[in-house]
Design a protein around this ligand. Structure first.
Ligand SMILES: C[S@@+](CC[C@H](N)C(=O)[O-])C[C@H]1O[C@@H](n2cnc3c(N)ncnc32)[C@H](O)[C@@H]1O
Ligand code: SF4
Length: 374
């Protein structure tokens, strides 16, 4: 049975954060029409007989802005697909749009994992980022989700933000641990083109923390989380045992996934493609029963090998050398013997039971290792 992941994009936010370049719009009037089109796209998807959906990820944007009627429509559409009984179903949320009512609705519809974006426990850093919620609203959101019976909770935090200190990062990690979350994604700020954050940095209104301060922030985060019982299973992701995100692992291990909605990406039947980014164009094409796919790229064997190495080496599971031979007819040990020996001698990579992975020191320089192996 072929296992596939499903990604659903909800491109709406109450207000754009200063750093964010994800496809999302503040025109909430379009939600009803968009959800109708999204459901039509889902229902129109023909999964082959031997397919089974084992992960669903509802991301955004801000999916917690959806009302009960939207969630119910989406799940009615999803139930036309072959969903596994133990399917991991995640939804992303912003602290100030999580209510007890909507959390109960998520649980009732089978959502079993909730991701909440805190970003920072410092009021000043939240303001710098342009976030529109408080730390108290985050704590309240976690409580509502637990009350609804969903105990697999991720929190997003950010590192390397203007006005952020190592002390702020420590405070954030401590708060998250006290909130009993099971998973933490700690992302370094990426300064994206055409964002207010980029302009404010260019105009020297904001200043990024020094590089060695950012290294200290990451180091502190890793050490504290390890002490609190979290394992770093991917460069930016930490989980309690058994709470690794199945959906992300699925993508990192190069298994197939299908994205629905504006700007959603897919990797399916040897092709990578994305949906159109313009919401009006998406609605118009779906209404006319036309395809929303664009940027279709047929992957060659060499592309697949490169992606398998690139994504696998970011995780603690590394890359399976036997699987590589089976899937791509490729012998990495033979082809990159010299490079592999060099990194083994430096104790930056390890090979155990045919699995090649970064050591904890290796994670710090994983980009150089990956570049040498592809
Ligand atoms: C697309 S958002 C969806 C969740 C929700 N809208 C929120 O912001 O809490 C997912 C995560 O991406 C991260 N993110 C977005 N833009 C980023 C950037 N430029 N640099 C680093 N992380 C970013 C944030 O941590 C955010 O929580
Ligand atoms: S970070 Fe999240 S809430 Fe902020 S604009 Fe991006 S998607 Fe919306």
């Amino acid at each position: 049975m072929k296992k596939i992941g499903i990604y659903i994009h909800i491109p709406f936010c109450r207000q754009k954060c200063k750093y964010c370049a994800f496809v999302s719009f503040c025109d909430l009037e379009k939600i009803d029409k968009y959800i109708d089109c999204l459901c039509k796209e889902i229902i129109g998807f023909r999964a082959s007989e031997d397919c089974c959906v084992d992960t669903i990820y509802i991301g955004g944007g801000t999916p917690s802005l959806l009302k009960q009627k939207h969630i119910e429509k989406i799940f009615d559409a999803l139930h036309t697909l072959p969903i596994a009984n133990d399917c991991e179903i995640s939804i992303e949320s912003n602290p100030n749009s999580v209510t007890q009512e909507i959390a109960n609705c998520w649980a009732k519809n089978g959502i079993n994992r909730v991701s909440i974006g805190l970003q920072s426990a410092s009021k000043k850093v939240l303001k710098t980022l342009g976030r529109i919620h408080s730390v108290q609203e985050f704590e309240r959101a976690v409580k509502y989700v637990h009350n609804a019976g969903i105990h697999n909770i991720n929190a997003d935090m950010m590192i390397g933000v203007p006005h952020q200190s190592v002390r702020d990062v420590r405070k954030t990690v401590k708060l998250l641990n006290n909130q009993n979350v099971t998973h933490i994604s700690a992302y370094s700020l990426i300064v994206e083109e055409n964002t207010p954050m980029k302009s404010m940095l260019d105009e020297k209104i904001y200043k990024l923390p020094k590089e060695n301060t950012v290294v200290k922030m990451y180091d502190k985060t890793c050490k504290m989380l390890e002490r609190f019982g979290f394992e770093r299973y991917e460069i930016s992701n930490f989980a309690k045992v058994g709470y690794e995100c199945k959906h992300n692992l699925h993508c990192w291990q190069c298994h197939e996934y299908v994205g629905f909605g504006v700007a959603a990406h897919s990797y399916f039947e040897n092709e990578r493609y994305s949906n159109v980014e313009d919401i009006d164009k998406y609605i118009s094409l779906i209404t006319k029963n036309e395809s929303v796919k664009e940027n279709i790229v047929k992957l060659t064997n060499a592309d697949k090998i490169e992606e398998y190495i690139m994504l696998g080496m970011r995780t603690k599971y590394g890359i399976d050398l036997v699987e590589m031979k089976k899937r791509f007819d490729y012998d990495l040990l033979k082809d990159k013997n010299e490079q592999i020996k060099k990194y083994q001698a430096l104790k930056l990579i390890d090979i155990k039971d045919n699995i090649l992975s970064c050591t904890s020191q290796g994670f710090y320089v994983s980009n150089s290792i990956i570049a040498d192996l592809i």
